[in-house]
Ligand binder design. Structure first.
Ligand SMILES: Cc1cc2nc3c(=O)[nH]c(=O)nc-3n(C[C@H](O)[C@H](O)[C@H](O)COP(=O)(O)O)c2cc1C
Length: 332
């Protein structure tokens, strides 16, 4: 089997850029080379004060990898995937063969443009157990895990950890300065309304919009922690893929989602969260699920800025980009 067509590779990169990223930093590049696509970390987009060890870059690039894989599989041309094949390269997707897409692949691919972080209040309607089971399976299918918090004790315990992590970050002036420089990356309409003292969970401040009267947050949010068995760079890339599959599974099931990462960013809080879950593995990101009015899109960089096409010949190179880690291969 030869390589992917140019159309396939552009379809994959167009899906990749729709992935979520910390404060919409979009820390990726796409290299189209020798009929394959490589997803690279873009060090010029990382914000070291906020993402000092590259965790957020790998979660975002892992999510972009999942989208790119899905785009290729949904076109009937699934990829063989090598994670961290060389320094700076997060993943390399090469043509595996031809097979018709599954119904699930079609559904999840169609959900990519409908997935937007929705930081507003959700309706109080509970998420049915069948959908919860699908979310958990989605993470597992990608080699990660999803723990959904059950009961008031688990929820209030998590909320305390998240609020205290948020307080730590708010007291960190360098962090706050870096955050302020990224504020415009998220449009006002996509930000959460200003917090109220009664709010259970912390929110990032992307604007100073007050919430409408009576628009309180759902009293019992459904919170899920996405994690990975290990905490090496490649495990974080795996967690990013698992995150994206969970988010798209949620959207395909009619749910809205938002992400919370303060309790991952503060090491002491992450340790507390890990112990509170009472399971092996490492929490990598937190997701809030619920029903609500659809969220709004957040802009992305133009393809010309992030995609480099080296043509169908031998592998091109525009230099490594600073992500280490051992290789891992799988088929998707
Ligand atoms: C590693 C990571 C951490 C994130 N942390 C938060 C967070 O703490 N609060 C939040 O509102 N959104 C968080 N997000 C979501 C991003 O802000 C969001 O993906 C980005 O602004 C693009 O918008 P979109 O998700 O609507 O496409 C996070 C995303 C990633 C990948």
């Amino acid at each position: 089997m030869t390589g992917y067509s140019v159309e396939d590779l552009h379809r994959a990169s167009a899906a990749g850029v729709r992935a979520p990223s910390l404060h919409n930093s979009q820390p990726w590049r796409f290299r189209l080379t020798g009929g394959a696509i490589e997803i690279l970390a873009d060090p010029s987009r990382s914000v070291p004060v906020v993402d000092h060890d590259g965790w957020a870059t790998r979660i975002a690039c892992g999510a972009a990898t999942y989208n790119a894989r899905l785009a290729l599989a949904a076109a009937g041309r699934p990829a063989t995937v090598r994670l961290h094949p060389s320094p700076g390269v997060i993943a390399r997707l090469a043509l595996l063969g031809l097979r018709p897409p599954t119904e699930a692949e079609r559904e999840l691919y169609a959900a990519i443009p409908r997935r937007h972080s929705n930081r507003g209040p959700f309706w109080p309607d509970p998420v049915p157990s069948g959908i919860r089971a699908r979310l958990i399976a989605a993470a597992g299918d990608e080699g990660g895990w999803l723990d959904l918090l059950v009961g008031t004790t688990a929820l209030t315990g998590f909320a305390e950890i998240a609020r205290s992590a948020d307080r730590v970050l708010r007291r960190d002036s360098a962090y706050q300065q870096a955050l302020a420089s990224l504020r415009e990356a998220v449009p006002i309409a996509a930000g959460a309304p200003l917090p109220e003292p009664s709010d259970l969970l912390p929110q990032r401040l992307f604007n100073d919009r007050r919430r409408a009267d009576g628009q309180d947050y759902e009293p019992e949010p459904l919170i899920g922690i996405v994690g990975s068995p290990g905490d090496l760079p490649v495990d974080q890339t795996v967690a990013g893929q698992a995150l994206q599959r969970v988010l798209l599974t949620a959207v395909a099931a009619g749910l809205e989602t938002s992400m919370i990462s303060q309790p991952i960013e503060v090491p002491a809080a992450r340790g507390q969260l890990r112990r509170s879950l009472g399971r092996s593995g490492f929490p990598q990101i937190v997701v809030r699920f619920g029903y609500g009015t659809p969220g709004v899109p957040t802009p992305r960089r133009e393809p010309a800025e992030v995609v480099r096409d080296f043509g169908p010949g031998t592998a091109g190179s525009d230099g490594p980009a600073g992500t280490e880690g051992a290789g891992a291969e799988s088929e998707a």
